[in-house]
Design a binder for this molecule. Structure first.
Ligand code: ANZ
Ligand code: ZN
Length: 843
């Protein structure tokens, strides 16, 4: 019999054509099957698919194909996060247009993804830079604006000098730009914001719905980022009223505290140097200039440094005082470098005895320390204290609250302040509104104009989309060409028809990625953003797969957008969360480090595919480690995966005279009554069980699933030598082969479809039912029984699997070792645990 060698190149092209011709991966929401929406984070079209993409999309593809075989109607789409800065930078460098660069990359990467054999419904492909896509985003923006969820304000913003644009807080990582690692500066700018803070409570509350489905650490990161604190706002009346920047009179300074129970311990109030009342408070103070110098110095300090725990506390007295709300005592007002302008009220009540920062501050500047919380059974002495006491205790030196446990005192103090009109219980979020303005060209235009007569005017909905002009030339200095492009920037006011200027900032590209999963459900719809029926059917995404670097950014924005679009009526009212389950895959490293151009350690998927074929590359990415863990790319590893596929191929080719077109688990118990056939069928069913369990989304242990199939293949090589060639035995062998192909199909679909066809089957494995194991087939013929005498192990025997207590006792008593150890003794008792052990008690 002639045997062919495994030649992945031919096979893979053949099956990719077949899948495309047969529209094998198309799906539709009109179906009786249960739906399953499997989504991987869509790529930025940077030029080439890299190994991280291959891992990400291979994980997704295995899950999608497996779910489909398990009877689900699976939506598995792909598209392009196509707006963004790298396109502009590349356009400057290569003297081309961002659109040209982007769409050429998309064509290239699409071909690379097709070459990997992923089961995408390509009819649903979206590119966010197309007007057919971003026009709907502009509509969302107008509706958000109408509802007050989009607004404009002037405030200090994160500015990346190298990207020439602002960044959202989420895009500043450790003080650096998330994209280019430049140090981020602060700049006062008027920008557009989305009011994500309006959803702070819901974003926090609904994290509990994600428990079990999302990694705990991602939930924890989101919880911290939202950062809810419960406490009180307390008003300290100013001794002398001050003037605000707007010329109004301020009669008090409001602080935010999480510890209203410590209010009697206040010995100073500290303001952020940026606090709007500073200039007015120091008016007439003889050291006003010193204070101003301090303000300037701290303003220029790094923001991150100011938030760090190790910051050296610095401050300066303003010469002004407030009055304590309970005691009426004069309290000096200081400025402090550790007080942030944009958190709480930008003002803090200083309680040195119970707050470490205040303690450091007070010791440095000789301010009084007053103990107002006494720990039980102890007496704190303010002069002897070396650090703040932040634990629980009883309120002392606290007027009417003396003796109240401090945990109860928090609410009690807040209530009393509220009664007196001097404060109230309140909460604070760390979360800030999302700055969505970008001073860049390659993005979706923000659909508003500025009219000389009418001011800011939203574009009319019927005028959408506001097209990004494609005839603009990128500038060498990286600044946006839009403000200078009269054809775009000069326009007429939608309200009065008079001359107006278009907004030339574009939308943060994270806006596009906040709603693309929904668009896939009806990607070609051109009279509305979504087909409600399709949206209702498919959303939410059942399983999302992507990198953990998006734990806050993209995932938080997507959650917010889901809630906002729901409230605007674009999403169904019950759709609260976009992603039911989230898998964050680890990185593909090389020699322990990240693959990068500068290190020259990039392994290009295209090279690997050329050498080994797509199936091997897919298999290795899934076999190398559990999906959440990082793994190191290794030549020996990919060689090993390739050898395994060759081994499957050879086993198949060398056994063809045994094979008939049986399905997985297709041999009956009668076919495998005894001996090798019975053992092989047992191994087959055990493997089906193990792989099925490993493939459950809750487990997703693809590496051990593959190991199990490898073991089955080994067992088949051995069985082949020992097993006879009766028709029944051949059926057992065929069934095992069918199981290997069916279980491997999600991982290495080309090879499996090819061998499936060679086995004599019609149709694709994708449309086969996932095999079901037979519990009875798992039963063992014999089990090993431990034999003990007086609790000591004296040997083992093989006993029939179903043997009862009496039978086991009889076998044990007849055992030579047992007889030797009970020689001369009287058996008092025999303990039998069927299937495990027999213990003979004798003396
Ligand atoms: C008095 C006090 C006494 C405080 C005490 C703590 C302990 P979180 O948990 O982060 O919300 N604070 C308030 N606004 C601030 C600002 N803009 N910059 C820096 N610090 C600020 O922290 C809230 C606590 O941080 C507040 O409670 C306040 O100090 C301080 F024994 O008020 B506390
Ligand atoms: Zn106008």
């Amino acid at each position: 019999m002639s045997q062919e060698r495994y030649n992945p190149q031919d096979i893979e092209q053949k099956w990719q054509r077949r899948w495309a011709d047969e529209h094998a991966f198309d799906c539709d929401h009109n179906s009786d099957k249960p739906k399953y929406y499997l989504l991987e984070m869509f790529p930025y079209p940077s030029g080439n698919i890299h190994m991280g993409h291959v891992r990400n999309y291979s994980i997704g593809d295995v899950m999608a194909r497996c779910k489909r075989m398990q009877g689900f109607n699976v939506l598995h789409p792909m598209g392009w996060d196509a707006f963004g800065l790298p396109a502009e930078n590349a356009a400057i460098k290569h003297r081309t247009h961002p659109a040209k660069w982007t769409y050429a990359n998309i064509d290239n990467m699409r071909a690379q993804l097709r070459r990997l054999g992923y089961s995408y419904d390509w009819r649903r492909e979206v590119a966010t830079s197309r007007p057919e896509y971003y026009r709907w985003e502009q509509l969302f923006f107008l509706r958000l604006l109408e509802k007050g969820l989009a607004y404009r304000k002037k405030a200090p913003q994160n500015w990346c000098p190298s990207c020439h644009t602002v960044l959202a807080n989420e895009q500043v990582i450790d003080g650096l730009c998330w994209r280019c690692d430049s140090r981020v500066e602060q700049k006062d700018l008027t920008q557009w914001f989305l009011r994500i803070t309006a959803y702070g409570d819901e974003l926090l509350r609904d994290l509990s719905k994600l428990e079990g489905g999302w990694p705990d650490r991602v939930i924890a990161m989101q919880r911290n980022w939202i950062g809810k604190s419960t406490g009180a706002a307390i008003r300290f009346a100013l001794e002398k009223p001050a003037a605000t920047a707007e010329g109004e009179e301020a009669a008090f300074i409001e602080v935010f505290t999480t510890r209203p129970d410590t209010v009697f311990g206040v010995s100073f109030v500290t303001l952020a140097p940026e606090h709007p009342l500073v200039e007015s408070l120091i008016a007439g103070y003889d050291k006003a200039d010193e204070v101003r110098a301090f303000v300037t110095r701290i303003r220029n300090m790094d923001r991150l440094e100011r938030q760090s725990d190790t910051l050296e506390k610095e401050g300066i007295f303003t010469g002004a005082y407030v009055v304590h709300p309970f005691t009426g005592e004069r309290v000096p007002i200081w400025l402090g470098n550790f007080v942030l302008a944009d958190y709480g009220t930008g003002a803090v009540m200083g309680v040195p005895a119970h707050d470490q920062r205040d303690f450091d501050f007070a010791r440095k500047y000789g301010l009084p320390v007053r103990v107002v919380i006494q720990p039980r059974g102890e007496r704190l002495d303010p002069d002897a204290m070396t650090e703040a006491y932040t634990g629980e205790g009883v309120m002392t030196h606290s007027g009417q609250f003396d003796g109240v446990p401090n945990v109860d005192g928090k609410a009690a103090v807040a209530a009393e302040l509220e009664r007196q009109g001097k404060g109230r219980a309140t909460t604070q979020f760390r979360l800030r509104d999302w700055n969505i303005s970008r001073q860049r060209y390659w993005g979706a235009p923000i659909p508003v104009v500025y009219c000389e007569q009418c001011g800011m005017v939203p574009e009319k909905e019927e005028n959408l989309p506001v097209l990004l002009p494609l005839d603009a030339q990128v500038r060498d200095d990286g600044k946006s060409p839009l403000p200078e492009l009269d054809a775009f920037a000069r326009c007429v006011c939608p309200k009065c028809g008079g001359p107006a200027r278009r907004e030339t900032d574009t939308l943060d590209t994270f806006v596009e990625s906040s709603w693309y999963p929904a668009r896939y459900t009806s990607a070609r719809k051109d009279d509305a953003p979504f087909d409600m029926e399709a949206l209702n059917y498919w959303m939410p995404v059942d399983q999302y797969v992507g990198g953990v670097e998006h734990a806050i950014l993209h995932l938080l924005y997507s959650r917010f957008f889901t809630k906002a679009l729901r409230d605007l009526g674009f999403y169904p009212p019950h759709l609260d969360e976009p992603f039911t389950r989230l898998l964050t895959q680890g990185m593909v490293l090389k020699d322990g480090g990240k693959m990068s151009k500068s290190k020259g350690n990039i392994v290009a998927p295209a090279d690997m595919i050329e050498k080994y074929g797509a199936d091997t590359v897919r298999l290795f990415c899934l076999f190398a480690a559990p999906p959440e863990r990082d793994f190191d790319w290794s030549d020996s590893g990919i060689e090993g995966s390739y050898r395994f596929l060759q081994r499957v191929w050879r086993l198949f080719e060398e056994s063809r005279d045994r094979l008939s077109p049986l399905k997985a688990c297709g041999a009956t118990a009668d076919d495998a009554a005894a001996g090798e056939a019975r053992a092989l069928r047992r191994k087959e069913h055990l493997t089906v069980k193990k792989v099925s369990e490993d493939m459950q989304p809750e487990r997703s242990q693809f590496n051990t699933a593959i190991s199990a199939v490898m073991e089955l293949v080994n067992a088949m090589y051995l069985a082949r030598e020992k097993m006879g060639r009766s028709e029944a035995e051949n059926r057992v062998f065929s069934s095992a082969m069918a199981s290997v192909l069916t279980l491997l199909a999600p991982f290495t679909p080309h090879l499996c479809d090819e061998l499936w066809e060679r086995m004599g089957h019609d149709g694709l494995l994708l449309n086969e039912a996932w095999p079901a194991w037979d519990e009875a087939a798992l039963a063992q013929d014999t089990v090993t029984i431990a034999l003990q005498v007086n609790g000591k192990l004296r040997g083992t025997i093989e006993a029939p699997a179903g043997a009862d207590k009496a039978a086991l006792e009889e076998l044990a008593r007849a055992d030579a070792n047992v007889l030797r150890h009970t020689d001369g003794l009287t058996v008092r008792k025999v303990i039998v645990v069927p299937g495990k052990l027999v213990n003979i008690v004798a003396n």
